[in-house]
Design a protein around this ligand. Structure first.
Ligand SMILES: NC(=O)c1ccc[n+]([C@@H]2O[C@H](COP(=O)([O-])OP(=O)(O)OC[C@H]3O[C@@H](n4cnc5c(N)ncnc54)[C@H](O)[C@@H]3O)[C@@H](O)[C@H]2O)c1
Length: 436
């Protein structure tokens, strides 16, 4: 099947490369000329494991091409995906400007019936608005075309995006009374459903809500365990043991029960807040989601306050990890964006190390910090190390060597990666979250 994917960011580019890998003919479209030039050369504009290889393979096969000109690609496509960003807008509502721009552009340039698919995370009712916009453009053009709008939310995780796209837990498709659109979506995803992955069809409105509900639920699990960390600290309990004891219950499960400085990234913070904004519009209480958001902000602040209070004056501080999570260069809502300016403001010297996110981080961080080539280079003569992102390479660090490299001995583990005893037996003083 020939398809277009508009917006070649974290979601669109991975989707485009994976659809090409599955045998479809795919055209990636973006307004960002530099991004498209890189894609055409087979260079991934983002750090995402496995993506560049897939990109090059797709280009070599002739099934994956890129353009900045939407008008030249629609004529042969049966399905057009929109995967543009939906960042927080006024009152934390999802900003749908890019979605509507793309919707209208597709209606403007379409010359045959096609299915328009919203892959972006959009509030319930957006599909209907897109359909109205398409109808208005077609009317103005004086043409009669069938362009149904389908919701197909994306659940990939950055850092695991290729595997998540090729082998998803489920594919959710929201279609309203349009058997033709449903059949096309079934055909499109057959290479994945053929190997046993489920595709679930539902109304467009339900599919739109599934995405926000899923993210809010996962964020709630994180905030729930984080909510307990102050209690475990004050009572001498250990949050890891609490999570272990809870998570072995099949009904609860162990995932997303890892205590730390809370969630960040391009999705959970904005989607939690956007769900609250949608609920407010409909005058529906969203108490649990509100608490999730509040706890997340408080958790980050609580840890950062502990760090800032514990540091000596004009300390040298090594920050390990800048990205909001490992295996990505995405800096959106990363805790480092809060902590590092606070450290600089308190007149500490900040040295940072991140294996992938330095280039995306630089424009967002204060100028007067030092970027280092390794965790040890950052820790050289440091009073304290603060771990903010749990990159795998931090797990096996030689702790004795670290102690010798530093001039001080404070180790702040924002992700509870280390065993406190192990750190202490290396002569370092340990502070994690929710444990002694
Ligand atoms: N990043 C994730 O992990 C993730 C996971 C699931 C869902 N989502 C959702 O997917 C959507 C996209 O997120 P993302 O992280 O890929 O965003 P992104 O910012 O990485 O990518 C969006 C891309 O769209 C392009 N774009 C903007 N306007 C355009 C236009 N008019 N025409 C063509 N291209 C245009 C931008 O240049 C950019 O390359 C969002 O709604 C997000 O909430 C993201």
């Amino acid at each position: 099947m020939k398809i277009a994917v508009i917006g070649t960011g974290y979601v669109g580019l991975v989707s485009a490369a994976c659809f090409a890998e599955l045998g479809h003919e795919v055209i990636g479209v973006d307004i960002d000329k530099a991004k498209i030039a890189k894609c055409k050369r087979g260079e991934s504009p983002i750090f995402e494991p496995g993506l560049e290889e897939l990109l090059q393979k797709g280009i070599r096969s002739g099934r994956l091409t890129f353009t900045t000109d939407l008008s030249e690609v629609l004529s042969e496509c049966s399905v057009v995906f929109s995967a543009v960003a939906t960042p927080p807008g006024e009152g934390h509502k999802a900003d749908l400007k890019a979605v509507f721009t793309v919707t209208e552009a597709v209606a403007q340039h379409a010359d045959h019936d096609l299915v328009f698919v919203n892959k972006s995370t959009v509030p319930v009712g957006t599909g209907k608005k897109c359909e109205e916009k398409i109808a208005a453009v077609l009317k103005k053009r004086g043409v009669e075309l069938k362009i149904p709008v389908v919701s197909n939310p994306e659940f990939l995780r950055e850092g695991m995006a290729v595997n998540d796209t090729l082998m998803p837990d489920r594919i959710v498709v929201g279609v309203n009374e349009d058997p033709w659109a449903r059949e096309l979506m079934e055909d499109l995803y057959r290479p994945i459903t053929r190997v046993g992955k489920p595709i679930v069809f539902m109304s467009r409105e339900s599919a739109e809500i599934v995405k926000y509900a899923s993210n809010a639920f996962l964020a709630t699990k994180i905030s729930f365990i984080n909510m307990l960390t102050e209690l475990t600290e004050k009572t001498g309990a250990n949050i890891r043991d609490v999570a272990l004891g809870m998570g072995l219950d099949d009904r609860i499960g162990p995932r997303f029960l890892h205590a730390g400085i809370g969630y960040g990234g391009s999705c959970f913070p904005k989607d939690v807040k956007a769900l609250m904004a949608t609920a407010k519009e409909y005058d529906v209480p969203m108490d649990i989601v509100e608490a999730t958001d509040r706890i997340n902000a408080a958790q980050r602040k609580r840890f950062f306050t502990q760090v800032l209070n514990a540091l000596p004056k004009k300390a040298i501080v090594a920050v390990w990890g800048l990205a909001f999570k490992p295996k990505t260069d995405d800096m959106r809502e990363a805790p480092s964006l809060d902590l590092i300016p606070a450290l600089v403001k308190a007149e500490h010297t900040v040295r940072v190390y991140d294996p992938a996110a330095v280039e995306t981080a630089k424009p967002l961080l204060p100028d007067d910090i030092e970027y280092c080539e390794s965790p040890f280079a950052a820790a050289e003569d440091a009073d304290a190390v603060i771990l903010l992102t749990e990159w795998d390479e931090f797990r096996g660090v030689d702790l004795k060597k670290l102690k010798e490299t530093m001039r001080g001995s404070d180790f702040f583990d924002g992700r509870n990666v280390y065993d406190p005893q192990e750190i202490r037996s290396a002569g370092l003083s340990y502070r994690g979250i929710g444990l002694k």
